[in-house]
Write a protein that binds this ligand. Structure first.
Ligand SMILES: [Zn+2]
Length: 533
């Protein structure tokens, strides 16, 4: 029953968020709001139940050798699968330039985000958050993906998508997100999941109160499906998958019987760890409030932004309420005593301008117009001599613009792209410039139109004849080198290829074989379902 009610209340909460105006939304974050109180009471109940199950499982792990073997075996399987996932990301094909239909020389990234200056900065911010006495090793890695998400593997790998980073305002917010993900590794959440999944049947059998619930639970079995449809049964699905992997009889039914959302408890644990960690490093924790508000706002503008969210929309409201309490009550005196807190670092803007350019381009090609627009707007403001930032911003504005003013903005962006495009990397701008001139329907412009079209055609020919011939021999991240050299003022640098080598490298083929991890060979029944975070 609880499950159905919970599913319904989730659906109601989601709807409320979808239709509520900004002000009303803010009111639901007040600690004295009835719904928040109810949610908090439920969270506290879940946390208590989780703690009991955890103590039980850890005790069983210490005292019962068979149980310990089972947990270790299951966790071995989780780690093996995570290692394969890491391998797949690490060897994903690099982004090589592809020419798409309207002449864009597109470099769509897959797997890890290539730009090492940006990736190194993110990793450095993350590594500074690790406790000096931690015996764990972490890697903070950027994934090229326009949907905002963060994900942690039991290997110590923390993935954060360019889409999520592109929504952050400053280093304090970035540190909080990284610290949250780090907490899942530091607290051994993956191994705990294995232990909890295997212990819960025994735990429930020993817990008399739970026995009494059996009838109700079986009667509500259909309710689990309803819950699933409302997007509220990640844990149930996950437990089902864990059961399938092990061939043990852990299923949805018992998970419903526990009526306990481990993920939420672990998420809250990670949130409070992250809050304390960034405060200890003297980051301004009040930025966490802004972070959640920004994420909510971004989801309101484009629901897809919430697809890989740090939890559901309902959770964002809860987490916002939690952080308000941490800032306003629990840690208030500590925050006040700290005095001046760090919000950001100049390097953040520099790195973000590059990342937002690339994420904006990916977002545009996924028709995530709003994200593309704001990302590219930021990129062109902070990289004023970057032709790609201007070119793709022009494309967004030309596509979604509604007014004459929008079209002027687009045309101006194409002009600026042409001005700065010393290496002819974004030669499609000539074509769009010609279109804009044609729209003016002025016979005096015919000469200029012809010139733009000629420039477009010639740049395309040069690209095909020079670069394409050598493309497979050049490193895939050649564009990053152009970026670095442009930043230090050399806008014309090109790699020098000795004539003697040209013939030999013209026909270098691309390695098409997909490398496979040797760890993949162990037979498995079903993959472990990754946890939404
Ligand atoms: Zn999390």
């Amino acid at each position: 029953m609880t499950r159905i009610l919970r599913a319904l209340s989730t659906a109601a909460a989601v709807l409320a968020i979808a239709v509520a105006p900004a002000q009303a939304q803010r009111n639901t974050n007040q600690p004295n709001d009835a719904k928040t109180k109810e949610q908090r009471a439920r969270a506290e109940r879940d946390a208590r139940q989780y703690e009991k199950l955890k103590v039980f499982a850890l005790n069983q792990y210490q005292t019962d050798l068979d149980f310990r073997d089972e947990v270790d075996e299951h966790f071995d399987e989780v780690q093996r699968q995570h290692s394969v996932r890491a391998f797949d990301n690490n060897v994903a094909p690099p982004a090589r330039p592809t020419v798409v239909h309207d002449g864009d020389r597109l470099r769509l990234q897959t797997g890890l985000y290539d730009n090492k200056l940006v990736a190194d900065y993110i990793n450095r911010v993350g590594q500074r958050l690790v406790a000096t006495d931690s015996d764990r090793l972490f890697a903070f890695r950027l994934v090229a993906h326009p949907i905002p998400f963060a994900d942690t593997l039991s290997t110590g790998t923390i993935y954060i998508s360019t889409g999520l980073v592109s929504l952050l305002d400053n280093e304090a917010q970035l540190a909080y997100v990284l610290a949250h993900e780090m907490a899942h590794v530091q607290f051994d959440h993956w191994k705990l999941k294995s232990a909890l999944a295997l212990a819960q049947e025994d735990f429930a059998a020993k817990d008399g109160r739970r026995r009494a619930m059996w009838g109700a639970v079986l009667g509500a079995a259909a309710g689990a499906t309803v819950g699933g449809m409302a997007g509220n049964s990640t844990t149930a699905v996950q437990a089902g998958a864990l059961g399938a992997v092990l061939g043990a009889g852990i299923g949805m039914a018992w998970n419903s019987a526990m009526s306990l959302d481990w993920d939420t408890v672990q998420e809250n644990e990670a949130d409070s760890f992250a809050f304390k960690t960034v405060l200890n490093r003297s980051y301004d924790v009040r930025e966490v409030r802004t972070l959640y508000a920004n994420l909510q706002n971004a989801v309101r503008q484009d629901q897809r932004v919430g697809l890989g969210f740090l939890g559901s929309r309902r959770r964002t409201v809860e987490r916002l309420a939690n952080v308000e309490e941490l800032i306003g009550t629990t840690f208030k005196s500590e925050i006040d005593a700290k005095g001046k807190l760090t919000v950001t670092d100049p390097e953040f803007v520099r790195v973000m301008a590059t990342l937002k350019r690339d994420n904006g381009i990916m977002a545009l090609y996924h028709d995530m117009f709003q994200l593309a627009k704001v990302n590219l707007e930021y990129a062109r403001q902070n990289r004023p001599n970057d032709p790609a930032a201007h070119y793709y911003y022009g494309k967004v504005m030309k596509l979604v613009g509604r007014t004459e003013e929008d079209r002027k903005v687009a045309d101006d962006a194409f002009k600026r792209a042409i001005d700065f495009d010393h290496r002819e990397r974004n030669y499609g701008a000539h074509f769009y410039r010609a279109l804009a001139l044609m729209n003016q329907k002025n016979a005096n412009l015919n000469h200029e139109i012809a010139k733009e079209l000629q420039d477009y055609v010639m740049a395309s020919i040069r690209f095909q004849s020079e670069e394409t011939a050598h493309a497979n021999a050049l490193p895939a991240n050649i564009d990053d080198m152009y970026d670095y050299l442009t930043e230090v003022g050399d806008v014309n640098w090109r790699p020098v290829i000795p004539d003697a080598l040209k013939g030999a490298i013209t026909n270098v083929g691309i390695q098409n074989q997909k490398p496979e991890s040797p760890l993949r060979t162990t037979p498995t029944t079903k993959p472990v379902v990754p946890v939404k975070r």
